[in-house]
Design a protein around this ligand. Structure first.
Ligand SMILES: Nc1ncnc2c1ncn2[C@@H]1O[C@H](COP(=O)(O)OP(=O)(O)OP(=O)(O)O)[C@@H](O)[C@H]1O
Ligand SMILES: [Mg+2]
Length: 235
């Protein structure tokens, strides 16, 4: 199987005054193209920390992360920002929707921002942005929200917001989507609908997902589950 990500001897410690908290103690992990990989483990073991580092939101204390052949731990902040916008989609709880924009606008936004960072201005009337709106509508349609395009976040349910977050994560056609507890705050029935969307996207688009979760239904459906135990990965 083609490798998308190789994590090599990753360490992460947090320092709090005198004391060092060693969270990741030599994580080795390969992520294959088009797979759904579930990462499980006890609360506080370092799952979110690992996902943040894979997502370039934080840096490791030691070790390497290769995306295909590029070691992103060697990237500058600027290179990381570009890489993150291009290559990574996030479904994170802290990655909230912008309350003053509709579902459709929230999904389009990440693409407009990506373009403006490349030097072209954000022009909501350009033909590019028409294409973006079309893509965003299709994505919202594919997560079952075609009749919620113009709803504001406060007018959406938790599960609907989570599906907007998935559509938004897919907007930039990322190499990988990272999801931290995507079913964390929603009931079982809604969770099943959100998971159906993730699996459908994986099958239709060959989208690679890494999902951090406590939810055994995710690990049961995932093609591969690994456990984070005492700072290391056990398959
Ligand atoms: N920025 C930080 N500074 C100091 N300590 C941190 C920081 N971020 C995380 N930690 C600590 O690192 C450990 C791992 O945290 P992390 O959030 O990765 O756990 P988790 O496995 O995602 O837990 P949960 O399942 O509860 O979400 C915890 O003990 C946490 O307190
Ligand atoms: Mg966590």
């Amino acid at each position: 199987m083609d490798k998308l990500i190789r994590i090599d001897n990753l360490h992460k410690s947090f320092y709090d005054g005198e004391s060092e908290l060693k969270v990741l103690k030599g994580v080795n992990l390969d992520v294959h193209k088009s797979e759904i990989l579930a990462i499980m483990g006890a609360s506080g073991v370092g799952k979110s920390t690992l996902l943040h580092i894979i997502g370039t939101l934080d840096r490791p204390s030691d070790g390497s992360i290769f995306y295909e052949d590029q070691d992103i731990t060697k990237f500058s902040e600027n290179e990381l920002t570009h890489f993150r916008n291009d290559a990574i989609g996030f479904v994170f709880q802290f990655h909230q929707m912008l309350p003053e924009f509709t579902a459709l606008e929230n999904v389009v936004m990440s693409r407009l921002i990506k373009n403006s960072k490349r030097g072209s201005s954000v022009d909501a009337k350009s033909s590019d942005s028409n294409d973006f709106y079309e893509t965003a509508e299709k994505l919202l349609d594919s997560v079952g929200l075609s009749d919620r395009l113009n709803h504001y976040p406060s007018q959406l349910s938790g599960g609907e917001r989570q599906r907007v977050a998935i559509a938004r994560a897919l907007m930039n056609n990322p190499k990988v989507v990272l999801a931290d507890e995507p079913t964390g705050n929603i009931d079982d029935k809604t969770s099943d609908a959100v998971l159906d969307v993730l699996w459908d996207v994986n099958e239709r688009l060959n989208q690679t997902f890494i999902i951090v979760t406590h939810d055994s239904r995710i690990s049961e459906r995932a093609k591969r589950t690994v456990q984070l135990i005492d700072g290391k990965i056990a398959e």
